[in-house]
Design a binder for this molecule. Structure first.
Ligand SMILES: Nc1nc2c(ncn2[C@@H]2O[C@H](COP(=O)(O)OP(=O)(O)OP(=O)(O)O)[C@@H](O)[C@H]2O)c(=O)[nH]1
Ligand SMILES: [Mg+2]
Length: 230
């Protein structure tokens, strides 16, 4: 987190982590598509031809409350196993992580390996999974042979992290995941820095502001999903 008192700007870093092809880049594309023009910055993606992130993607979002600007920088890591050093670099200074898992049963081991890799890369950055705001998204719910809803519910019950279901290509569950992570980050910043008193900020108001700018619930039959606009 960065505080700039002169410009009255708070900058927070969110990292989308997970195995290769789980839909991290697609989550950012969907948020970019959902966000109002005032809130969204330019989406920067660095990809190879086959859709795979080589370095990272970055989407900056800005939300206002009174005279305070809240800047949220969303990064993705490249999921392919060989890019571990890049993932470690992107994780530096992260305020929170959205772990994007692939719901397909065949990807269960890849999810677990990516989670172990997250734990290691966090430790290498002096960050700790037990104190870092973390949400988990099970993406690709539209595909056959995915882990069941009951299984995910059980997992959510056993773990402390919020679990979201998503179809990122249709923008389903994407804003919810993002807002869930924002809430956890906000609660931690509030605990550690006393935001409310210091800046006269209200987390519930900021949450509502973000929800409004992401048109939460705006996807419907007349709104084209992001893949058709690529
Ligand atoms: N069916 C389906 N396909 C999806 C969904 N989300 C993403 N995809 C597809 O999965 C492929 C990989 O998505 P990306 O967002 O590029 O995956 P990534 O996690 O960024 O991959 P890396 O950059 O290699 O780590 C693309 O072809 C997406 O269109 C989903 O919810 N359902
Ligand atoms: Mg990617």
């Amino acid at each position: 987190m960065q505080l700039d008192f002169q410009t009255r700007e708070i900058t927070v870093k969110l990292v989308y982590y997970g195995p290769a092809l789980s839909g991290k880049t697609t989550n950012l594309q969907a948020i970019h598509h959902l966000a109002t023009p005032e809130a969204r910055g330019r989406l920067m993606t660095l990809e190879t031809r086959d859709d795979r992130t080589l370095f990272f993607d970055l989407l900056p979002l800005t939300f206002k409350q009174g005279s305070i600007n809240m800047r949220l920088k969303l990064f993705t890591v490249p999921g392919q196993v060989m890019h571990s050093a890049t993932r470690r670099l992107v994780l530096q200074g992260a305020d929170g992580v959205a772990f994007i898992a692939d719901s397909q049963k065949a990807e269960t081991r890849a999810n677990a390996a990516a989670f172990a890799d997250l734990r290691q890369n966090l430790a290498d950055n002096g960050l700790d999974l037990s104190t870092l705001p973390l949400v988990i998204q099970f993406n690709k719910r539209d595909l056959p042979d995915v882990r069941s809803d009951a299984e995910l519910e059980q997992m959510a019950k056993l773990g402390k992290e919020p679990v979201y279901k998503a179809i990122a290509t249709r923008g389903v569950g994407v804003a919810e995941t993002f807002l869930g992570l924002f809430d956890l980050i906000w609660a931690k910043l509030e605990r550690e820095h006393g935001f409310a008193a210091k800046f006269g900020l209200d987390g519930a108001l900021m949450h509502a502001e973000i929800a409004r700018h992401l048109n939460l619930g705006a996807y419907n039959s007349i709104t084209p999903p992001p893949e058709s606009r690529r």
